[in-house]
Design a protein around this ligand. Structure first.
Ligand SMILES: Cc1cc2nc3c(=O)[nH]c(=O)nc-3n(C[C@H](O)[C@H](O)[C@H](O)COP(=O)(O)OP(=O)(O)OC[C@H]3O[C@@H](n4cnc5c(N)ncnc54)[C@H](O)[C@@H]3O)c2cc1C
Length: 294
């Protein structure tokens, strides 16, 4: 195998001092998960460099780098963002990974429980953190169970984790193949993976997984990636992403009709009733309106 040489202090590549500082630094998520930046290629400067190929040298004189990046983000000219790459090492429970892996635009290599013994760690839920089913959003949660009830659930969870691990290890001890012995391990079992993705697709992932509808567990990882890592590697782009993407609101044609009437002083409930025939759209419109109030 080729010897790996450290090019510290002599690389000609774009390096970002703030990113260099956090390379390999584990950011803890949930009770036993983590994410760290294993490697990266490029930064805000690489986006500007690529964009100027298409816009020509003339733009350089009139537009500052930050202005150019913000322009690209506003107008969804996304290919320059694909010039920046991130490689992460993550450790996450399998149920969270199941949502994560749906993002098809990344390169992945996951810990193999056919080849190796499954990681002996399952995500535990503290008594105060059992979330109630939301009555409004069928895919969401709202509020928490009473702690006394939560204690019972956490105790049962511990028993289940122990039993499933004992059964798994018992099978292995009898010589059962790892690929079959694993089948009754819970989804809370931690797995690890290398996950490499370009900035454009990473921002798409963060846009979906940092926002309010994402499940709490994956949101914790995504927020850590965004706030602790992407913000260091590509600070200008990340700021623009938050302003134009994550924290922005998309308005449909009907939203604009309703918003115009609301601005004129009409009652929002009546506007919503009259503009939207669909109950869900009506509710979403009213939620959007709250963003325009103090
Ligand atoms: C809140 C929430 C709830 C969800 N609920 C469910 C659910 O109930 N059931 C379920 O199955 N999934 C669910 N998902 C997963 C969701 O449908 C997507 O699979 C997931 O978010 C990945 O999004 P993506 O396909 O845009 O991302 P990526 O796979 O990263 O793709 C990025 C973009 O690349 C393009 N692309 C990639 N592959 C293709 C392709 N083969 N063909 C065309 N274009 C492509 C698309 O433009 C896509 O948006 C949910 C996701 C969220 C955030």
């Amino acid at each position: 195998m080729q010897e790996q040489i450290s090019h510290e202090h002599q690389t000609k590549r774009i390096t970002i001092p703030e990113a260099e500082k956090i390379l390999g630094q584990k950011f803890k998520c949930l009770d036993d998960g983590f994410v760290y930046l294993a490697d990266y290629m490029g930064g805000d400067q690489s986006i500007v460099q690529a964009a100027r190929v298409s816009y020509g040298a003339g733009t350089k004189k009139v537009q500052e780098d930050e202005g150019l990046i913000r322009y690209l983000m506003r107008h969804r000219h996304t290919t320059p963002l694909e010039m920046v790459e991130f490689k992460f090492h993550i450790r996450t429970p399998m149920d969270c990974w199941r949502q994560w892996i749906r993002h098809r635009t990344a390169n992945v290599n996951e810990y193999s429980t056919r080849y190796s013994v499954a990681i002996d760690s399952a995500q535990k839920t503290p008594a105060t953190e059992w979330r109630m089913q939301s009555t409004i959003n069928k895919q969401g949660s709202s509020g928490f169970l009473e702690e006394s009830e939560g204690e019972e659930l956490s105790k049962k969870e511990e028993e289940l984790h122990k039993l499933s691990r004992d059964v798994y290890e018992g099978r292995l001890a009898k010589g059962v193949a790892r690929e079959q012995a694993r089948k009754d391990l819970p989804l809370s079992t931690y797995t690890e993976a290398y996950w490499k993705i370009d900035l454009h697709n990473l921002l798409h992932f963060l846009g979906l997984r940092m926002e309010a509808h994402a499940q709490k567990e994956i949101k914790e990882f995504a927020t850590m990636i965004g706030e602790e890592i992407v913000s260091k590697v590509t600070p200008i782009t990340y700021k623009a992403f938050k302003e134009y993407g994550l924290n922005s609101t998309r308005l449909s044609e009907l939203d604009i009709v309703g918003l115009k009437r609301y601005i004129k002083g009409e009652d929002p409930q009546i506007v919503a009733e009259e503009v939207f025939t669909n109950k869900r759209e009506r509710e979403e419109f009213l939620i959007k309106l709250t963003k325009f109030k103090d």
